[in-house]
Design a protein around this ligand. Structure first.
Ligand code: DX5
Ligand code: ZN
Length: 214
């Protein structure tokens, strides 16, 4: 599968509705929504009220990436705000299994996110329950950073793990994705690529989404 989830972190926050409508008309598959708390990551982005407004205009599933400590506290809030897919960081959860089940029980697709320093093998006992695993290809917190090349190897490792334990699990990659590394990531086994700057800083975002899928 080749799917693109543009990151709204790089959109024009003063014209969010306009940018969402542009994405509704595009070939993108999901909308990636980055929630940051200023503790788990150095940056603060936005919370549930903004997600609710995004949901009002979006015609594609909301792929909500929680970069917050103890995300289990907010599962119901983000379900109510309109998240379709909710991903939480391995590094931010003491009771990851409980949190993943809570997300599923709330009716959303669930996923784990791994920071660049976190090995894929740590998912051995949680990938079974995941609908998606998201590999960070930058240190989370900001858009526009440089892609960490080792992510391509991690995608291959994760593909092998999924083949053994959960072949339906989608592999997603987030950070520094562009038209140069996208084919490498899809070839290695990625299913969904997040792209912020590559889409929004491009002269023709809709064409860039098509190019990323090639
Ligand atoms: C980074 C966020 C990413 C970011 C990607 O912490 O999780 O989703 O918006 O932006 P680019 O594609 O510009 O690296
Ligand atoms: Zn993200």
């Amino acid at each position: 599968m080749k799917m693109i989830s543009p990151s709204l972190l790089s959109a024009d926050f003063g014209n969010l509705q306009r940018d969402i409508e542009m994405l509704n008309q595009s070939q993108c598959d999901w909308l990636h929504v980055d929630v940051m708390d200023g503790i788990f990551v150095p940056n603060i982005s936005f919370g549930q009220p903004v997600v609710k407004h995004i949901k009002k205009h979006a015609r594609k599933p909301l792929d909500v990436h929680l970069m917050i400590m103890d995300p289990g506290r907010y599962v119901a809030d983000f379900r109510d705000a309109g998240a379709d897919i909710l991903t939480v960081h391995y590094e931010a959860c003491t009771h990851l299994d409980r949190t993943l089940h809570a997300i599923k029980d709330a009716g959303m697709k669930c996923g784990v996110v791994l920071n660049p320093h976190t090995p894929v093998m740590l998912l051995e006992d949680s990938v079974q329950i995941c609908d998606v695993v998201l590999l960070m290809s930058v240190n989370p917190g900001f858009g526009g950073q440089k892609f960490i090349e080792n992510t391509v190897n991690k995608v291959r490792q994760l593909r092998d793990l999924c083949q053994r334990k959960n072949p339906d699990c989608l592999i997603e990659v987030d950070g520094g994705v562009n038209t140069t590394n996208a084919p490498l990531l899809f070839d290695a086994g990625a299913d969904v690529l997040v792209a912020g700057n590559a889409v929004f800083k491009s002269e023709n975002p809709q064409q860039t989404i098509i190019d990323l899928k090639r």
